[in-house]
Design a protein around this ligand. Structure first.
Ligand SMILES: [Zn+2]
Length: 205
């Protein structure tokens, strides 16, 4: 089974919509891989669920609430610049991108990779990273999806806009705690050293 995307496909992913991502993963071969990636226990159960719903475009974003007649204001409460949709939250929102900048700096991702779903797709590609390392990265990205949705709910329902640095710290502390507690004991010394190195990186904020 090959989990490989061409460079051209990776470029196109930068403009993918969640629906397209979902269509991609509904291909049988991909679905097996994604099921393993999404439902891996390194991520907290609630993070897996929200991520799975986000990929399928099933979260109740304000554009959907407007369509349902629940609200008339579809503006994104995080950036207050655009209509809130899955596409906006997970690909375009300036607030989310600024949170992710901290996370990606921590993980050593390249700056142009600032879209959550693109990163999820990228984890599916070829890389020198081991399976455990990819799973750890995936767990952290799933936490990002969860806390983007959490920050959105805080802004939407509690009128609280959390500081970007605070959201980053929650993502980091929560994932380190979770991974430490469930990381299999039988992993290579190379993976252990890699994880220790990730944890030891100093806060940039
Ligand atoms: Zn926004």
């Amino acid at each position: 089974m090959k989990h490989h995307y061409t460079e051209e496909e990776m470029k196109r992913m930068m403009t993918f919509k969640t629906k397209v991502v979902y269509d991609k993963i509904t291909e049988e071969e991909e679905r097996v891989y994604w099921a393993k990636m999404i439902w891996n226990r390194l991520a907290m159960p609630k993070h897996r669920v929200i991520c799975w719903l986000a990929i399928q475009g099933r979260l109740k974003t304000t554009d959907r609430l407007c369509q349902m007649g629940v609200t008339t204001d579809a503006q994104c409460n995080l950036c207050c610049e655009h209509t809130e949709s899955h596409q906006h939250l997970f690909f375009q929102c300036s607030y989310v991108k600024r949170v992710l900048k901290y996370v990606f700096e921590w993980l050593g991702f390249k700056s142009r990779q600032d879209q959550l779903m693109s990163i999820m797709m990228m984890l599916n590609g070829r890389s020198r990273k081991s399976r455990v390392q990819k799973q750890i990265h995936a767990a952290i990205i799933k936490a990002c999806v969860y806390y983007v949705w959490w920050a959105r709910n805080e802004a939407q329902w509690n009128m609280v806009l959390w500081r970007l640095e605070k959201v980053y710290r929650i993502i980091r502390e929560c994932t380190v705690m979770r991974i430490n507690s469930v990381l299999p004991r039988k992993i290579s010394s190379k993976d252990i050293a890699w994880w220790e190195n990730v944890k030891s990186k100093v806060y940039s904020v």
